[in-house]
Design a binder for this molecule. Structure first.
Ligand SMILES: NC(=O)c1ccc[n+]([C@@H]2O[C@H](COP(=O)([O-])OP(=O)(O)OC[C@H]3O[C@@H](n4cnc5c(N)ncnc54)[C@H](OP(=O)(O)O)[C@@H]3O)[C@@H](O)[C@H]2O)c1
Length: 218
């Protein structure tokens, strides 16, 4: 989990650790990563998380997740690029451009995650997911997550892996098409931030309707 000391990354890591996955929290500062890992282990009650620098975390992960601010996305990927070859990268990045985070502001090329795939090349299977899931949903294990996950990517097997991880973390998740479709999930987050402000809530989300209740990955 690159950027695993942050709000979104630590929340996802907590959920996955609770589901039985082993997690390596990555950070620019390994000590900070170890603190986050210790807090996750304490909350889960089992030693499933450990801390490392981002490069070591990327090297040890079977599936690598990126959860850093948009401004740090490409620089962080540049540091770990060689360790990602042959792996799936799940990119959670939303192209928020403070201070106007409630306004959709897409980067050149239209999508932060498409930009990541272009930078990493074909040797890394990039998947876009979790952009609409507020960290507020993730931090308490007993809290049911009232938000679905759109999973976009050009490789079906990689999308399926991200869907399975979302389900392990307690969410419904859906194949939402090629990586180019990630723009929709990325843009939706600014809409949700605006809704949060307007209605004084912390975790508005999205729900996909019209499907059989048991179909979360059709
Ligand atoms: N928060 C949410 O509710 C939420 C929901 C959906 C999607 N997202 C997206 O998920 C990503 C992470 O969000 P977040 O709220 O978790 O962010 P965050 O807490 O502000 O930052 C996450 C981590 O990124 C690292 N980082 C921060 N600035 C950096 C920099 N300049 N260079 C390199 N690393 C840096 C930090 O780790 P170290 O200092 O330990 O290296 C930090 O703990 C963002 O793209 C965000 O848009 C967030």
């Amino acid at each position: 989990m690159l950027g695993g000391t942050g709000k979104e990354g630590s929340g996802l890591a907590l959920r996955w650790a609770s589901a039985g996955h082993r997690i390596v929290i990555g950070s620019r500062a390994p000590e900070r990563a170890r603190e986050t890992a210790a807090a996750i282990n304490a909350q889960v009650g089992v030693e499933r998380a450990e801390g490392a620098d981002n490069l070591a975390a990327a090297a040890s992960g079977e599936i690598v997740v990126l959860a850093v601010p948009f401004a740090a996305q490409l620089a962080t990927l540049g540091e770990v690029k060689t360790a990602l070859v042959g792996k799936i990268l799940i990119d959670v990045t939303v192209p928020l451009m403070p201070p106007q985070v409630g306004r959709v502001q897409l980067p050149d090329g239209g999508s932060a995650v498409v930009r990541a795939q272009a930078m990493l090349g074909e040797g890394v299977r990039v998947v876009s997911a979790f952009q609409n899931v507020s960290a507020e949903h993730l931090k308490e294990l007993g809290h049911a997550i009232d938000c679905d996950v759109l999973v976009c990517g050009d490789d079906r097997e990689a999308r399926a892996a991200a869907i399975a991880l979302a389900q392990d973390a307690g969410m419904r998740a859906f194949h939402a098409g090629p990586l180019a479709n990630s723009v929709v999930a990325e843009a939706l987050t600014s809409v949700l931030i605006t809704i949060n402000r307007q209605y004084k809530v912390k975790h508005s989300g999205i729900a996909i309707t019209g499907l059989p209740t048991e179909a979360s990955d059709v």
